[in-house]
Ligand binder design. Structure first.
Ligand code: FES
Length: 122
């Protein structure tokens, strides 16, 4: 287990979806931070249907104020609370959640493991 890695300041995170480059992540793998009030969830930007990024523009991913996330490729819809696909070509499959915490006003990645992906710059 590595030290928590800072992603962004909570105060800078708007409601809805924000795309964040994870420290040490490969260029094509970003994290979707989903904020709804005090709740912040994170998922790897990687659709379980065919493995593409959901999109590269956060405003095209968020539906219903961030309650749902949409993959632009074949229109899979995921619940933002748990990342489960509720409509589209991969029902029941899930986005890969990342473990987040808030420390000193910062959103941090607390787990170096991420669906088998090592999020590490070491
Ligand atoms: S790759 Fe996301 S719905 Fe097909």
């Amino acid at each position: 287990m590595s030290a928590p890695r800072r992603l962004c300041a909570v105060a800078a995170l708007p409601d809805g979806v924000t795309l964040i480059d994870a420290p040490g992540a490969r260029l094509e793998e970003t994290i979707l931070l989903v904020r709804r009030g005090d709740r912040i969830a994170g998922f790897v930007n990687h659709c379980p249907h065919m493995g593409f990024a959901l999109d590269w523009k956060a405003e095209r991913i968020a539906l219903d104020g961030g309650a749902y996330l949409r993959c632009i490729h074949h229109n899979a819809i995921f619940r933002a609370t748990d990342g489960v696909c509720v409509s589209g070509p991969c029902p029941g499959e899930s986005l890969t959640a990342v473990a987040l915490d808030v420390m000193d006003g910062e959103v941090v990645l607390v787990d170096q493991g991420c669906g088998g992906q090592k999020w590490s710059s070491d």
